[in-house]
Design a protein around this ligand. Sequence first.
Ligand SMILES: [Zn+2]
Ligand SMILES: [Zn+2]
Length: 147
Amino acid sequence: MMDEKKRMDEFMTQCRERHVRVTPQRVEIFRQLSRCAEHPAAETLYERVRETMPAISLDTVYRTLSLLEAKHLVCTVGTVDGRTRYDATTALHYHFICDRCRSVSDIFRGEDDTFDPSIVAAGMGDVDAVNIQLRGTCRNCLDRASA
Ligand SMILES: [Zn+2]
Ligand SMILES: [Zn+2]
């Protein structure tokens, strides 16, 4: 995992490259998102951001996330229980989603994994996002069920 300073520097560089104005709200929303391993929904992230920016509105969080997603600065894991879940890691990786507790865990690719679905799909058109999910029951829920 990249350290936070490096990650934030990279975020600001990418904002400039993609003509996204860097504001304190946007920086804080991205920082809090990149700190969460849980792939939060906007509402969950809003609660986090409010701890450091009490005046921020939920609407600002929604709008910022859509903007950052449109500029490929964050991505979504898709919808879990009707809520879009966000991810600050835009490098290709997959997700394991638990159908019981709705937790979302990262699956990072091995060094020797050269399979890139967007290259395979390139002949079909332009790929803007890749979202590969594995669904099942997580270890915690399995342990709870057998206890
Ligand atoms: Zn679970
Ligand atoms: Zn992820």
